[in-house]
Design a protein around this ligand. Structure first.
Ligand code: SAM
Length: 267
């Protein structure tokens, strides 16, 4: 397994100013967005199938818990960033209500990748989920929404892929209304030592093979495994949220820290 140079001065999430991480590769910062775009364009049509295969369906439990414990009410306007094929948006719509009537809530599904967004919209439409959604192609680092326009902002398995995570966190804070909550669901640092070798074996030996088998693409799933290791661990991400201006920041580990839910509020 390749591991990053532990003596390097770069921070785990951002790298040097003019270069950054793409998995374990150091790439020009300006190129990362394009490389991430290629990953998701390549896997878009098989993305949902792969999620089930990789996690044995556990990602559905994490996502249900993430939405079930969100601070959200009927009639709220919420933003699901890096929403991809819409798992979180569909669950959130159940909580905010159906926007068929003017007084009901709305979920805005924002994603930088047109193909992921297209797969998400088709999937939603095929399931009869027509009302209550807006689809916006946007970069989390520079959101095309006014200040204070959402009651809740979520990002699930998305922040890890964003080049400038600090900018994305600041934007999440900016578009929230006062009292609104930001929620981040992301892979994090596994806390059970006995489980780490099993997790590494699954990540670096099994995932790329599953990617090859189901999506015809092992490299994108090698990137997934590497990007998880490069993502800021729990306390570092909490500190980044505080720096971005969120109050009462906290996190909760799920499945021994395979994933964590971070929360923060705009005050
Ligand atoms: N949230 C969905 C879920 O939980 O299944 C999709 C997560 S998928 C692993 C990551 C998503 O982040 C992709 O759809 C990708 O296009 C999107 N993404 C990556 N960089 C982004 C950025 N800078 N701004 C917005 N979306 C981005």
């Amino acid at each position: 397994m390749n591991t990053p140079d532990p003596t390097s001065e770069k921070t785990p999430d951002q790298g040097h100013a003019d270069t950054t991480h793409f998995g374990y590769r150091e790439v020009p910062t300006a190129e990362k967005q394009k490389l991430v775009g290629e990953v998701f364009s390549s896997v878009a049509s098989k993305y949902d199938l792969m999620n089930d295969a990789m996690s044995l369906g556990i990602h559905r439990v994490w996502k249900r818990y993430f939405v079930a414990t969100a601070q959200v009410r009927k009639g709220d306007r919420v933003l699901d960033l890096a929403g991809g094929t819409g798992d979180i948006a569909a669950l959130l719509r159940e909580r905010v209500g159906n926007a068929g009537a003017a007084s009901k809530g709305c979920v805005v599904l924002g994603d930088i990748n047109g193909e992921m967004l297209r797969v998400g919209r088709d999937r939603m439409t095929n399931r009869g989920n027509v009302h209550g959604f807006e689809y916006v192609q946007c970069n989390a680092e520079a959101l095309p929404f006014p200040d204070a326009s959402f009651d809740l902002v979520t990002i699930a398995f998305g922040l890890r892929n964003v080049t400038d995570k600090d900018a994305a966190l600041r934007e999440m804070q900016r578009v929230l209304k006062v009292g609104g909550q930001a929620r981040i669901l992301e892979f994090s640092e596994v806390k059970a030592d006995w489980f780490k070798p099993i997790y590494d074996f699954h990540s670096f030996k099994i995932l790329p093979k599953l990617g090859k088998l189901f999506a015809g693409d092992s490299e994108s799933y090698q990137y997934l495994a590497e990007s998880i290791r490069q993502h800021p661990p729990q306390d570092a991400l909490k500190a980044m949220m505080e720096t971005a201006g969120f109050a009462r920041c906290d996190y909760k580990n799920l499945s021994a820290g395979i994933v964590a839910i971070h929360t923060g509020y705009k005050v």
